[in-house]
Design a protein around this ligand. Structure first.
Ligand SMILES: *Cc1c(COP(=O)(O)O)cnc(C)c1O
Length: 422
């Protein structure tokens, strides 16, 4: 598969695009999105993923089947929440959020590329760091350095981030997520530092995370089509647009997916872009759905590349946003109606469904459930009046001791920390 940059560089092989992450011209790698021979439904997610991704990995050194079977070791089940709405549960992986799918696939791909010793450096607002740490934990040839903003992630998220040990080192940064991201960007801009430590990124702009995320939309849409419910309309809770783009890419590759609605929290840059046609990034504001607190969604560059025509964009895709009060109310109403606990991010999607229904949308809907509610128990439990038990992998991590060293938000402090090999 030939990949090009949204800003023109390339073409390069998929393997090279995965190894590089960001294109050398500062753009994001994209692939051509033409409808392909029909993808067939496999008996497992790994099988569907293999039929979906194999054509993309033709003439590549990487074997799609091996990658899919190593990465997709857990399912993405459908849970009906009423007669014609389904949650797509994406939180059955090791860190209980959808990012496990992409992180595990990328880690497997990078391992098989035989890179020189590599340090994966990540700034995280909560979920990415844990998924990346879990995916690279104890992988020979890799170490992981995580920066998270001290006091601004949930207690359980903080514990998860610090609980890996071995080749994973975790730093709590005195500052905001933006400070963490700035220091990481400064590190990647320092050529000598990058060379000295083999610095590499695993953030959501990597094609290696985007491509595998298409698999669960492919699998779910084919299952629903088999039940006579296709093409299915989908709602995706959205921050940096990675998960949503995966759904849109699957649709363009010919899967039975109908209209796609993006649901953001009060960080409404994407819905504002849809209604005004102008992209106006803003500093992020803190919300209950903290993994979606993004004020400058970098993947928007890909959306505009693949949907250059705004009329076509609006025909196929919509966007709406949800405030914290609505998130709270929705968690409560879903619990009372179905006894299903949902996380605050998933609640944004369900709230948007409620609005679509109120406006007369009657077709079945699929809503991506992006994290397990036990990850956000301090928000969810008081609203439903119940404790939410963590799933086994999360419970196991929470049993382990957690270590995070404090770090000042400066390149000098990070450089010193990188040299002190644990
Ligand atoms: C990362 C994340 C999101 C947002 O996903 P994007 O790909 O950035 O749009 C939503 N929910 C949860 C739980 C997440 O961890």
């Amino acid at each position: 598969m030939q990949c090009t940059s949204t800003r023109g560089a390339g073409p390069v092989s998929l393997a090279k695009a995965l190894a590089e992450g960001l294109a050398p011209d500062g753009g994001l790698y994209v692939i051509p999105l033409d409808a392909r021979p029909a993808v067939t439904l496999g008996t497992t997610l790994a099988e569907t993923a293999t039929t979906l991704l194999t054509p993309l990995f033709q003439h590549e050194t990487l074997d799609a089947q091996a990658l899919c079977h190593a990465a997709f070791t857990f399912d993405a089940p459908l849970l009906p929440i009423d007669d014609d709405s389904f949650l797509l549960e994406l939180f059955h992986g090791p860190t209980a959020a959808f990012k496990d799918f992409g992180a595990r696939f990328l880690a497997e791909a990078l391992s098989r590329l035989g890179l020189p010793p590599t340090t994966i450096l990540v700034a995280t607002s909560g979920d990415t760091g844990a998924a990346v740490a879990a995916a690279f934990h104890r992988r020979p040839g890799f170490r992981v350095v995580i920066l998270y903003p001290d006091g601004r992630v949930s207690a359980r998220q903080a514990h998860q981030l610090g609980a890996f040990g071995d080749n994973v080192r975790t730093f709590k940064v005195r500052g905001s997520f933006d400070d963490c991201q700035r220091v990481v960007k400064e590190a990647f801009a320092d050529k000598a530092l990058v060379a000295a430590h083999g610095l590499s990124s695993a953030n959501s702009i990597s094609l290696g995370r985007l491509l595998p995320q298409m698999a669960y939309y492919a699998h779910a849409s084919l299952v629903l089509q088999q039940r006579g419910l296709g093409p299915i309309d989908v709602i995706v809770p959205t921050g940096n647009l990675g998960n949503a783009l995966a759904c849109l890419m699957a649709k363009r590759l010919g899967l039975p997916i109908g209209h796609v609605t993006l649901a953001t929290n009060a960080n409404r840059v994407v819905p504002d872009f849809f209604s005004t046609g102008t992209y106006a990034p803003k500093p992020s504001v803190a919300t209950l759905a903290n993994a979606m607190d993004v004020g400058a969604p970098s993947n928007l560059e890909r959306l505009r590349h693949w949907w250059p025509d705004e009329a076509a964009l609006r025909r196929e895709i919509s966007a709406d946003w949800v405030d914290d009060e609505t998130i709270r109310r929705t968690i409560g109403t879903v619990w009372r109606a179905t006894r299903t606990a949902i996380c605050p991010h998933t609640a944004c999607g369900v709230a948007v469904r409620d609005r679509l229904r109120a406006k007369g949308h009657t077709k079945p809907l699929l809503i991506a459930a992006t994290a397990h509610p036990a990850k956000f128990e301090t928000v969810v439990e008081p609203l439903i009046g119940q404790t939410v038990e963590p799933p086994d992998p999360l419970a196991a991590l929470l049993q382990k001791p957690a270590i995070a060293n404090p770090l000042e938000p400066t390149l000098a402090a990070l450089t010193a920390a990188l040299v002190r090999r644990a």
